[in-house]
Ligand binder design. Structure first.
Ligand code: NAD
Ligand code: LYC
Length: 592
């Protein structure tokens, strides 16, 4: 029996410094591991789950309303998928009093923000760079999402966001303190001091506008007009920058090509495209939040966020079911009324929210004769970003020089490789912040680089495994040359995931990292919100406004829950204004 730590067993630990202990499953090998007890450093202990507790949890989940013995009730909302987008939508709705059922194909919650344990190491599946996790402002959406269901996680402040190692021996450390970062950047480009201050100054103007708003659904007119009334200048600022991209604004103030390339790299790490293709609002959000709230790492690992949200959901009287693979959205007279699982079972709800990518939602779950116009427009503007190759390493601690930063971005010799597959390397060492993630005397290196699925398909098993080994070793060699001499010999554990791994275990079409503009976008103008052209069907996650990123999908979850709550009469609404606003927004998207 898989050691599934159900939310029913691990209560959301209110105001507890410890993350609920999850189960260990490696995406490339879905093999359950036993629960384990690990003494944390800094006097912490990670919560513990025994085999007996875990087995009891599975039983409890099966008896719950959302479990296999379901009571046939009609839910207010069924959420397909428990990525952060899906979980935030679900928990926000549950907090408003809705009865929600989350259906997750995999065995634990979190999707790209999941985790797995192996030999005493706790690995984050995806990014370890957490925005929106501070205790101040309005944009700390991860903190707020947890609070909505009575949870809080202890976080460790990261003194920096990322250390860039770039062509021409350009090295820039993005300090937590804004002035320290600006001082460092100006020291590399003294002739561009004014341009630097102006570009990042506009980012702050946008960030401060965002941070002054109460964040809810931009598709709900009573809220939207209310915000315009309360904060007209801020809303107009946002409306002005909504269709603009960071690269164009940078070029108004900056001429130095290398500095512009640096800004490309700043944008690439959060959007997988260069600055000319990155919406200015998104760039401002991340380029400022890292200094405003700072980057904060949750004690025990990123996976704890999803586990806590899932626990909080159940405590609010809703349910989550794992190993529940949704194959169809059921339509009745053109309205979404429920879902069908791969075992043939049908479940019904007033609304259905898909946290699968739009390509999966409209390519697989909705069996419509023809793609709706809205989706054609989305696919005209956005393509699937490539997937990635990820390498999780356990290494001897001695290989890292003292004072090594947590996150690194490496692009060695040639700026033109920035967006090419395997061109740039992302590296996180979360044990620099939370040593309890690895056995004593060891560190975790999580390395990833973009890679297309086409490189990995159609290979016989042996060739596929050999290719993973070969490509991973080459990436490790590059890091050894650039950062850590002796890296190869220090490895005690290595797990490699290919685009096929991510397609399979994250259930993302072609393992895609998220949507990427096909050409030069008009900022965020073309990005769809949560409603779809099918009545009762909503999308949430990174193929919705504002796009890729854990904090971005958390916002998408907040927006989605607000719109759904209004549609099921849990929030105030005005049907006439709804029709008007949704029509205008649809029209605006066609202009992009
Ligand atoms: N791709 C990565 O490695 C990575 C890494 C770090 C962070 N992130 C961030 O996380 C964001 C993604 O979050 P998200 O909320 O959009 O979604 P997600 O992809 O993280 O999660 C979607 C969940 O839906 C489940 N699912 C999909 N189809 C299903 C079906 N038919 N039936 C049942 N379950 C199904 C998947 O198993 C998965 O758990 C990305 O934007 C990215 O920025 C991604
Ligand atoms: C309605 C209309 C149309 C108009 C009106 C006007 C207005 C009012 C407007 C408003 C708007 C708003 C509110 C908006 C909002 C937005 C937001 C919130 C956004 C956000 C975003 C975010 C993002 C994008 C993020 C991202 C992140 C990411 C992706 C991250 C990643 C990371 C990684 C990958 C890591 C790296 C690593 C290394 C280096 C190692």
């Amino acid at each position: 029996m898989p050691l599934l730590l159900s939310p029913l067993a691990a209560r959301c630990l209110h105001r507890s410094p410890h993350l609920p202990a999850p189960v260990a499953h490696h995406p490339s090998r879905p093999r359950p591991l036993g629960g384990e007890t690990r003494g944390g450093t800094r006097g912490r202990r990670v919560a513990v789950v025994s085999e007996r507790q875990a087995a009891a949890a599975v039983l409890a989940a099966e008896k719950s309303p959302g479990g296999e013995g379901g009571d046939g009730e009609r839910y207010d909302a069924i959420v397909v998928g428990s990525g952060i987008g899906g979980l935030v939508a679900a928990t926000q709705l549950a907090a408003k009093g809705a009865r929600v059922l989350v259906l997750e194909k995999y065995i634990i919650p979190g999707g790209s923000s999941g985790y797995y344990r192996r030999d005493g190491f706790t690995f984050d599946v995806g990014s370890s760079v957490m925005f929106g996790f501070s205790d101040k402002g309005n944009l700390n959406l991860i903190t707020q999402a947890l609070e909505a269901v009575g949870c809080k996680m202890e976080v460790i402040p990261d003194p920096s966001t990322v250390h860039f190692h770039l062509p021409g021996a350009l090295s820039v450390l993005v300090h937590r303190e804004y002035n320290d970062f600006i001082e460092e950047l100006v020291s590399k480009f003294p002739h561009e001091k004014e341009g630097i201050l102006k570009f990042y100054g506009i980012c702050w103007k946008i960030f401060n506008s965002l941070n002054s708003l109460e964040l809810k659904s931009l598709e709900e007119p009573l809220y939207l007009f209310g915000q315009f009334f309360k904060k007209p200048l801020e809303c107009l600022t946002l409306a002005y920058y909504l269709p603009q991209n960071a690269g164009d604004i940078a070029r108004k103030f900056i001429k130095d090509q290398q500095l512009l390339s640096f800004i490309d790299a700043e944008c690439f790490i959060v959007s997988t495209v260069n600055a000319l293709k990155t919406p200015m609002i998104n760039a401002s959000m991340v380029l400022c939040d890292r200094h405003f709230g700072g980057i904060n790492y949750p004690v025990g690992g990123v996976g704890g966020i999803a586990v806590s949200l899932a626990n909080g959901l159940v405590e609010k009287g809703s349910a989550i079911r794992y190993k529940a693979n949704v194959t169809n959205v059921i339509l009745e007279n053109g309205k979404a009324v429920g879902v069908r699982l791969s075992n043939g079972k049908e479940l019904f709800a007033r609304t259905v929210i898909s946290n699968a990518t739009r390509w999966d939602t409209f390519g697989k779950l909705v069996k419509a004769e023809e793609l709706p116009e809205e989706e054609k427009n989305f696919q005209k503007n956005y393509v699937k970003a490539p997937s990635f190759l990820s390498i999780h390493l356990g290494v001897k601690a001695s290989v890292l020089p003292a004072g090594t930063d947590c996150h690194h971005f490496v692009l060695e010799d040639d700026w033109s490789n920035l967006e090419k597959p395997y061109g740039s390397i992302f590296l996180s060492i979360p044990t620099v912040l939370d040593p309890s993630l690895a056995p004593e005397g060891h560190h975790i290196l999580h390395i990833f680089t973009t890679a297309g699925i086409e490189d990995w398909e159609g290979l016989p098993r042996k060739d596929y495994e050999q290719k993973k080994e070969l490509v991973a070793n080459e990436i490790i060699r590059r890091l050894e040359n650039k950062l850590f001499p002796g890296l190869q010999d220090s490895i005690v554990l290595k797990e490699v995931g290919s685009p096929k791994t991510h397609r399979r275990f994250l259930a993302r079409n072609d393992g895609t990292y998220g949507p990427m503009p096909r050409g030069k976008p008009k900022g965020l103008l073309a990005m769809p919100f949560n409603t779809t052209s099918i009545d009762g069907l909503y999308c949430v996650g990174d193929s919705c406004f504002p796009g890729q990123g854990v904090i971005a999908v958390a916002f998408s979850g907040v927006m989605c829950a607000h719109r759904v709550a209004a549609d099921i009469d849990l929030e105030q609404r005005s049907p006439i204004l709804d029709t008007g606003l949704l029509g205008v927004l649809r029209w605006l998207r066609t202009l992009a």
